[in-house]
Design a protein around this ligand. Structure first.
Ligand SMILES: Cc1ncc(COP(=O)(O)O)c(C=O)c1O
Length: 424
């Protein structure tokens, strides 16, 4: 017979506040200790996905080893344990974003799923109809463009786009001009994954609310870098992905104000979201279950809850101060390199640097520095309209997390000089 360790024994996490020490933090992330192409890994692709600390990995292994069962359905011991863990994760999310109630936290498969959920249910609730307008910005990820376009095709709604200036900031006067009695939703990214711009979200929300328009925030790139408080922002909906928050892939969150979620119909039908089913008709569960049909990503939810618990040990002030230092350190050195153009120079910027190198394709930049173990992203970053705005087909993008270091940036800069030499 095996002895089953408790979750806390197994994941060995104490929840005391930790002093910010990047060398200690790095020890929590096993992948950061590996080599790639014979060189120590330099992972600068955090806007695509973040790495996972041991506690997250261990909690998921622990769940499958000792606690695996379906949730909400069984009265047996394991089912109750799994349900408790999953619902605890919901509570962690609620506290993390300061939602008013756990019922406002809907688990999704990610940011994309959250936007699609809302686009589908808002139109079925007649909140978006023919001729109604949805405002987005020019810097949206495709996940906050395409679901609305699909809706426009179906319902003949109209998409309006807030333009951006050359620095990559939304033009607030143009935003105000776009608002009309037909505007039924503003859906905007908090922090751009391509430009790094941190939008003046509170101001955007307040202006929309002055006109009785609800607001959806795409917080995919924000949650790992700064405190998000949905009550302080007063946003109506907010979506993010667990994997950009040091949690697993396949799990995400859609937050919505209860009064609005209650007005929306279910997204998908199936088990767990119903109260009664007969062939004549079905009644639905209350929120959040109403939006969570079928067996959910239980282990994903548990992993996300642990990722939040891990992150809670640090202060977001320390994290953003440190990441700003990295941003400044890298930006200054990159600007010294002949032929490098940084795309996205907003005053309020997250630790994301998109750039091009004169005469060298971003794919070549990415491929060459990969031989030195450096992982950056190249391409359009699911933001083709931004590429068009800056008249490029692709960029290279380095994006930092709180476990990156100035030493790694030195390696990266050296590699960029090597690229220039090869092509020079
Ligand atoms: C700003 C932004 N929105 C949405 C998404 C989509 O997230 P996911 O693919 O996890 O659904 C991303 C992913 O890169 C993103 O950066």
């Amino acid at each position: 017979m095996i002895t089953v360790p408790t979750t806390d024994e197994n994941i060995k996490m104490d929840s005391r506040f930790r002093k910010f020490d990047v060398n200690e933090i790095r020890k929590d992330f096993p992948i950061l200790g590996r080599e790639v192409n014979g060189k120590p890994l330099v992972y600068f692709d955090n806007a695509a996905t973040t790495q996972k600390p041991n506690v997250v990995i261990d909690s998921m292994v622990h769940y499958y080893k000792y606690e695996n069962a379906n949730i909400h359905r069984g009265l047996h011991f394991l089912s109750e344990v799994a349900t408790e863990q999953y619902e605890n994760a919901r509570l962690k999310v609620k506290e993390f974003i300061n939602a008013m109630s756990v019922s406002e936290v809907i688990f999704t498969s990610g940011t994309t799923d959250g936007v699609n959920l809302l686009a589908n249910t808002m139109c079925r609730a007649d909140m978006l109809n023919e001729g109604d307008e949805i405002i987005i910005s020019h810097m949206e990820h495709h996940a906050n463009i395409v679901p609305w376009q699909l809706l426009c095709d179906r319902k003949k709604t109209v998409l309006k786009v807030i333009p951006i200036n050359d620095d990559g900031e939304i033009i607030m006067d143009e935003y105000k001009k776009l608002i009309s009695p037909k505007t039924k939703l503003v859906s905007i990214v908090h922090t751009s994954n391509t430009l790094g711009t941190i939008n003046p979200i509170k101001e955007v929300i307040d202006i929309a609310h002055d006109n009785n328009i609800p607001v959806l925030i795409d917080a995919a790139q924000a949650v790992a870098h700064q405190k998000i408080d949905v009550q302080e922002l007063d946003c109506d909906f907010l979506v993010f992905s667990g994997h950009k928050l040091f949690g697993p892939t396949g799990i995400g969150v859609m937050y919505g104000k209860a009064e609005l979620l209650n007005k929306l119909p279910p997204y998908q039908g199936g088990g767990d979201m119903i109260r009664t089913v007969t062939f004549e008709g079905t009644t639905y569960e209350d929120i959040p279950n109403k939006f969570e049909a079928g067996t959910p990503n239980i282990v994903g939810g548990i992993g996300l809850g642990v990722a939040i618990k891990y992150l809670n040990m640090f202060s977001f002030n320390d994290i953003s101060e440190y990441e700003n230092e990295l941003l400044k350190y890298a930006t200054e050195q990159m600007l010294d390199i002949n032929g490098i153009r940084i795309i996205g120079t907003a005053e309020r910027k997250a630790s994301v640097i998109s750039f091009t190198v004169d005469g060298i394709h971003p794919y070549d930049v990415g491929t060459i520095i990969d031989t030195d173990g450096i992982a950056i992203r190249t391409g359009h970053h699911c933001t083709q309209p931004i590429m068009k705005r800056y008249n490029v087909t692709a960029t290279a993008r380095a994006s930092f997390a709180f476990y990156n270091t100035k030493d790694e940036i030195d390696v990266f800069i050296k590699a960029l000089y090597k690229v220039l030499k090869i092509f020079g």
